[in-house]
Ligand binder design. Structure first.
Ligand code: EPZ
Length: 418
């Protein structure tokens, strides 16, 4: 099993163009099912989750080609609406295909997406949202058999949690309902805005994306389009936290700084200097990071749960204490034991974790437990004294394109060992 070998203590410097957003390209790839024709997507990251999604599109009968960061999807010959279990298991966020298949095919069949490293990943909000749109959904031995149904009528559905995936599924299904759908309690993440931007490019009539009330006038004929995926704000946060912890000065391009204001505020409070422009940001860090006010994860525009482990890793090797509270997922502290192996002082009590900076972590042999937890270990290792090995790269490859090569280009001593 391959791993990264990282020797810490080297400041980072230079400029990096951040890849397209994983959590935007996945629903947008599913949205390509809505139109019989060829859509062209630019700035698509080369990630294993993207490859898994492309495998599903091809299995459903789409023609998908990739050239560099451009992916073309032709859903003209979409021929089936069932996703086999082994592909569902490969990536639980494939549940996003539900809404698009219902809209285009009037049917969808897929196995229940399993839980993951973050704990149970229920889809009750997805199913209740789709049922609100008239879908008939049977759950038989772990398989969801869905049919669109019900007389088209204007509908209003309300999400009790601003679930990103459930909002996306409802948006995609609503495009196929020849009526007006209003989604209340919608997620406000930038990736929702990006999905709405793509759907509007297809000809969909959508208003309110980015607010908690989204209105879709469905049944409008849609046509193929070309679109550029937004930059990945969590990948950007990862590189910023790496530079903050290892010190140095790094410029990132290709990401709108307005999509990660909560993280930038934390890094500024921890002692970093930040400058931002329309799609660039520069972070300079010259001293150990300070403890900051409590970091409570919350739906956007609050502090993103995906950046919790990454910021924690950066602060664990600094000075001062910071309280983290993980409010989104039940089991998102699995990276803590690994950070403790590096000398981190982190006390957990339920959803809270008190991080007391120990001045410097030391290298260790580490195992990635999940996507962002793995990235957090890389961040910690870059600032630690000595050498670390980080295994479980399959987790990291789900959401980071050439992480080691990008960090080496910024001056890090990191290489992949077979
Ligand atoms: C999306 O997951 C992201 N994934 C996650 O990123 C991210 O952490 C999460 O949103 C929160 O921002 C993609 O976009 C592919 P949710 P999603 O539905 O849609 C509960 C990463 O690291 N819930 O907003 O699955 C759920 O258990 C990944 O890139 C229900 O109870 O997240 C969680 O506690 C990890 N019932 C909360 O809502 C449901 O039907 C938020 O989940 C759905 C969700």
């Amino acid at each position: 099993m391959s791993c990264y070998e990282i020797t810490g203590g080297r400041p980072l410097s230079g400029s990096l163009a951040v890849h397209g957003a994983k959590n935007s390209v996945l629903p947008i790839l599913a949205a390509c099912l809505l139109v019989p024709g060829q859509c062209v997507l630019h700035n698509c990251p080369d990630l294993s989750d993207v490859s898994a999604t492309i495998d599903i599109l091809r299995l459903l009968g789409c023609r998908v080609d990739r050239e560099g960061d451009t992916v073309t999807v032709d859903a003209s010959l979409l021929s089936r609406s069932d996703i086999p279990d082994h592909l569902m298991r490969e990536m639980r966020s494939s549940v996003i295909f539900l809404g698009a298949l219902l809209a285009r095919m009037g049917a969808a069949e897929l196995s229940y997406p399993g839980g993951c490293e973050l704990g149970p990943r229920p889809i009750d909000l997805h199913l209740s949202a789709l049922r609100s749109l008239g879908a008939e959904i049977l759950e038989e031995q772990g398989v969801l058999v869905c049919r669109s149904g019900g007389r088209p009528q204007n509908r209003e559905l309300c999400l009790s949690i601003p679930s990103v995936g459930a909002t996306e599924n409802a948006m995609l299904a609503a495009c196929g309902c020849p009526c007006q759908t209003t989604i209340l309690g919608a997620a406000r993440e930038p990736e929702i805005i990006d999905l709405a931007g793509f759907l509007r490019r297809l000809g969909a009539q959508i208003a309110g994306a980015g607010t908690s009330a989204i209105t879709i006038q469905g049944g409008v004929p849609l046509h193929p389009a070309e679109y550029r995926i937004m930059g990945d704000r969590i990948a950007a946060a990862t590189y910023l936290c790496a530079a903050a912890a290892a010190t140095g000065e790094v410029e990132l391009t290709g990401v709108d700084p307005d999509t990660l204001t909560a993280i930038l505020a934390c890094l500024g409070e921890a002692g970093c200097t930040l400058h931002t422009g329309p799609d660039r940001m520069v972070l300079a860090s010259a001293a150990p990071l300070r403890g900051i006010r409590p970091v409570r994860t919350a739906p956007y525009p609050g502090f993103p749960t995906d950046a919790q482990a990454i910021l924690m890793a950066a602060l664990a090797g600094g000075e001062g204490s910071t309280l983290f509270v993980e409010n989104i997922f039940d089991s998102r502290y699995r990276h803590v034991d690994e950070l403790r192996r590096m000398g981190a002082d982190i006390q957990i009590a339920g959803r809270a974790a008190m991080v007391t900076g120990v001045g410097k972590l030391h290298g260790a042999s580490l195992r990635s437990t999940d996507l962002r937890g793995g990235a957090a270990l890389v961040v910690a290792a870059l600032a630690a004294e000595g050498t670390s090995q980080v295994s479980g790269l399959r987790h990291i490859r789900r959401g980071y394109q050439t992480l080691d090569r990008n960090l080496r280009a910024l001056g890090a001593d990191i290489r992949e060992l077979p």
